[in-house]
Design a protein around this ligand. Structure first.
Ligand code: ADP
Ligand code: MG
Ligand code: MG
Length: 886
């Protein structure tokens, strides 16, 4: 026979925490607390199996349930020495939902079940307090109507207000027992009018009504949506707890409270909590009265007496329970308790939610307290939580003046002067002003401005809009899709829905973690991997197998990466170097040249600058491997598009406008993502790649020769589809490399490899490996080309795909392991068939996303590479993956 009902109560329980899936989180912890001897009001749990069978059976309960239920209720009555529905000595219970994983959206708790016109007399006699009894009664009617029957609480609130007005009082607690009794009557009448049925007087009907409402709420829209967003399978089901009531509202030796065994915002090891005398349920969190502190460790306010003074005995007991719970669960707990006539009861315990900062401190301190091992500490902190710590953030103590809200597109906080176009952002930045680039939306033309800005604010676009994706890649703060803004480029101002006008040059602050826009320059706190954070990261490094590199284009990015623990650069995008300052002129000259000689002349100008960049990068990386990708984007991205800008360029280059215009048109492509880019440029303009390879190798040789560095450059050729492409380009590169090495007469350990970012390359990786010293998966392009989906154009439909669940996740954020990931695995395996031990890594944005990192570990990649700010996330994710493997 299946056991559907599990009892618990002081000193004993049928179940324990290992049955969490069956008893739900709340039920399993009530059982566990009972079993370890903590004072828990007795009760019983209907298992998640009941919920499952309820839905499988089309809304009817398993046959054995009603008998098991009755037996459990009878034994509860015996234990409490009261009768459910017994007018002279009534037992009241609560019905509490509790899924295996905590779930907002489920039905709320119903307290005081069992009250009716008869049992209320028993409560009055027992408590000697008719006011308390009727207060509980009217609350119960309202709660039942609201939670179980879905009736809006407004009609009851109105009656309450009306009653207070009639009586000429202000506060609820100034109403007399008689007033409350009449109010309860009025509530019942309203109930009947609104719902067309009488308020159920029969306690069993009340109880089953509440139980059914909990099971019913498993499938309500809020719960379904929450599960979808959090990947909770719907077949888990919820459990229901029925528990004897204890009363925190029967007088001044009664109280109710909530506490954390350690401070959830800082992680400090001190007992943090609040309580209220003479209160019930969630009065503490509901904000009806100002809650009072448990102890005086942090508060010194005599107006709010601490529990340690008011109820010292109970406080001492609570402190003991705190220690018991921490030693038992070896984890910070979030607890709920109630005191009835001086007796303490535990109503809930669960793992406490905490900030990232607190999570780290608690994990590290629990290791020094010998509560957990280093491995456990590493596993206790979620990689994605670290995001909070890796960007500057707004000083929590500062008062915010929020003027608009948008999407939290890229985390961090930044302040600067508002500018409305990319060129101006760049110009202002050159003049050492901090700026915020504000655009209706951004495009690839704005990259230089985004790069120059502290942060980006857009009025349109979602989490995968150009602005959002690029900003995240750059580790720059971004608030996107801020529809509260009306941007007027003409007048160079924006107007917010809240009525603020912000002009060019005004200072604003963005919080990209919250999606908030604020007036003025808010104070910030900087990120660094030190203290407990550093300790935890060192532990993580001990356990991970994969290496972690960063995607860095500049010495500054390289330095940040190293500070965050990067073990090399996995992707340096050389084109970013082409955009900077006066180089763009030379680059344009090169593109506009009619012949090879002209191009070479222009390349001569660029070469020393590129070499300088590489020297800076190598120096910063102190001998760690650096993968440099040769030019990738189509040439037209370097040319101006508007006639005005074309005219400027023509003038500067001393070429006729028509000629420039012609060239711009010539380079126009219908589908540049699949156009003349990547290695295709290297094939048609070999002199460009030759120049780059020369710059890389000369930089390396100079440092080796003059400064004694060990340098391991890895030259990476993008967008290869066919081994023949790589064969040609490799040969060209080797020729240049050998020349340079001969000229400098030094040896440098270089490698020439390729990006795998086209499905054909993945499928033909065994052949491609014959020409490659390493593979690096460019999973951004590989996702685009596998899905046939342009990331820049996906904004129009991808969000609705995700909202409607057609795609579970944005494949540009989380690697599509089944599809794109399969290609990655095929390519890695095939490459290693040709060259055993071939070095294989990934350098797409996915390299910093924890589930994608775990995937890379599972298929045996050597490293992941991600934006500098995500390096610690990747390190921790790689450690988790390795530990979970064990
Ligand atoms: P939630 O999941 O929202 O925390 P709970 O089931 O914990 O809901 O109920 C909320 C509050 O109701 C509890 O913190 C407690 O104060 C009160 N409560 C629930 N059951 C009882 C009970 N049997 N006796 C007294 N108070 C109870
Ligand atoms: Mg609640
Ligand atoms: Mg609770």
């Amino acid at each position: 026979m299946t056991k559907y009902v599990y009892s618990f109560g002081e000193g004993r329980a049928d179940g324990d925490i290992s049955l969490r899936d069956l008893l739900g989180g709340k039920g399993a912890n009530l059982a566990e607390m009972s079993a370890i001897g903590l004072p828990v009001p007795p009760g019983f749990t209907l298992t998640t199996a009941v919920c499952r069978e309820f839905y499988d059976g089309g809304g009817s309960y398993p046959e054995e349930l009603s008998e098991q239920f009755s037996t459990a209720l009878q034994s509860l009555e015996r234990q409490m020495d009261k009768g459910f529905g017994d007018p002279s000595n009534p037992l009241l219970v609560s019905v509490r939902s509790g899924a295996p994983s905590s779930m907002p959206g489920m039905m709320d708790t119903v307290l005081n079940i069992g009250l009716n016109d008869q049992t209320i007399q028993g409560i009055i006699n027992q408590s000697g307090d008719p006011r308390f009894a009727y207060d509980s009664y009217r609350r119960f009617i309202q709660m039942y109507a609201n939670v179980v029957m879905g009736l809006d609480g407004d009609i009851f609130e109105k009656l309450l207000v009306e009653k207070k007005r009639c009586k000429g009082v202000e506060q609820d607690n100034q109403l007399s027992a008689e007033d409350l009794k009449l109010l309860a009557e009025e509530f019942k009448n309203s109930y009947q009018q609104a719902l067309g049925s009488q308020f159920p007087e029969d306690p069993h009907q009340q109880l089953w009504g509440a139980v059914s409402a909990v099971f019913g709420s498993w499938m309500n829209q809020r719960a379904v949506t929450y599960r979808r967003l959090n990947n909770i399978p719907s077949h888990w089901g919820t459990a229901v707890n029925v528990q004897a009531m204890v009363f925190g509202n029967m007088g001044n030796d009664c109280a109710t409270g909530v506490a954390f065994t350690r401070d959830p915002s800082t992680g400090e090891n001190y007992f943090f909590g609040e309580y209220l005398v003479n209160a019930q349920g969630e009065d503490v969190v509901a904000g009806i009265r100002t809650p009072q502190p448990l102890n005086k460790a942090k508060y010194k306010d005599d107006d709010l007496p601490a529990m340690e003074d008011v109820l010292p005995g109970c406080y001492r007991q609570l402190v003991e329970i705190r220690n018991t719970l921490e030693n038992h669960y070896r984890e910070m707990q979030d607890i709920e308790f109630t005191i009835e006539n001086g007796k303490l009861y535990m109503l809930q315990t669960r793992t406490g939610k905490r900030t990232a900062h607190a999570a780290i401190r608690i994990a590290v301190e629990m290791v020094s307290d010998n509560l957990i091992s280093e491995r456990e500490a590493v596993l206790r902190v979620k990689p994605e939580q670290l995001e909070q710590l890796l960007h500057p953030s707004i000083d929590p103590a500062a008062e915010k003046n929020i003027i608009a809200k948008g999407l939290p597109a890229s985390p961090g906080a930044c302040s600067g002067k508002v500018v409305f176009n990319a060129d101006e952002a760049e110009e202002m930045n050159r003049l050492k002003h901090r700026v915020i680039l504000v655009r209706v939306e951004t495009s690839p033309d704005d990259i230089h401005g985004m790069n120059a800005a502290q942060g980006i604010l857009t009025a349109r676009g979602g989490m995968t809009s150009h602005a959002a994706v690029v900003a995240r890649g750059m580790g720059k703060c971004c608030v996107a899709g801020c529809s509260d803004l009306k941007i007027d480029y003409e007048k160079q101002l924006l107007i917010t829905k809240s009525g603020h006008t912000i002009r060019r040059g005004d200072i604003i602050t963005l919080d990209g973690s919250a999606g908030e826009v604020m007036l003025g320059d808010m104070p910030k706190v900087q990120a660094s991997v030190s203290g407990d954070f550093g300790t935890l990261m060192n532990w993580a490094d001990k356990y991970r197998i994969m290496k972690v590199r960063s995607n860095a284009d500049t010495p500054h990015d390289a330095r940040v990466s190293r500070e965050f623990g990067a073990e090399g650069i996995g992707l340096c995008r050389t084109e970013h170097m082409f955009f900077e300052g006066d180089r763009i002129q030379a680059v344009r000259e090169m593109i506009l040249s009619a012949d090879l000689a002209g191009r070479q002349k222009a390349l001569q100008k660029i070469m020393p600058m590129q070499k300088g960049d590489f020297i800076g990068l190598f120096r910063e990386m102190k001998g760690l491997p650096v993968t440099i990708r040769l030019l990738d984007p189509p040439l037209h991205e370097f040319l101006p598009q508007s006639d005005n800008d074309i005219a400027d360029l023509a003038h500067a280059a001393g070429i006729a406008f028509s000629k420039v215009k012609e060239r711009v048109e010539e380079l126009h492509e219908f589908n540049p993502m699949l156009g003349h880019r990547g290695c295709r440029l290297g094939i048609t303009y070999p002199e460009v790649y030759d120049m780059q390879v020369r710059a890389i190798m000369e930089a390396a040789c100079e440092l080796v020769k003059n400064e004694g560095y060990e340098i391991a450059p890895e030259i990476m050729i993008p967008l290869v589809a066919h081994v023949s492409e790589l064969k040609v380009l490799r040969k060209n590169a080797v020729r240049v490399v050998e020349q340079v090495l001969a000229d400098y007469a030094v040896t440098v350990n270089y490698q020439i490899g390729t990006m795998i970012e086209l499905p054909r390359a993945a499928l033909m990786a065994d052949q491609i490996a014959m020409q490659a010293d390493f593979f690096s998966f460019g999973t951004n392009d590989l996702t685009q080309t596998t899905y046939g989906l342009s990331r820049d154009d996906a904004g129009g439909f991808l969000p609705s795909y995700i909202d409607s669940g057609i795609f579970a996740d944005d494949p540009f954020v989380k690697l599509d392991q089944e599809g794109v990931g399969q290609l990655v695995k095929i390519a890695a395996d095939k490459g290693r068939q040709t060259i055993p031990g071939l070095k294989v890594g990934i350098c797409g944005e996915h390299g910093g996303e924890p589930s994608s990192v775990a995937f890379c570990h599972r298929i045996g990649l050597d490293y992941v590479s991600c934006s500098p700010y995500r390096v610690p996330i990747a390190r921790l994710a790689a450690a988790h993956a390795a530990l979970q493997d064990e």
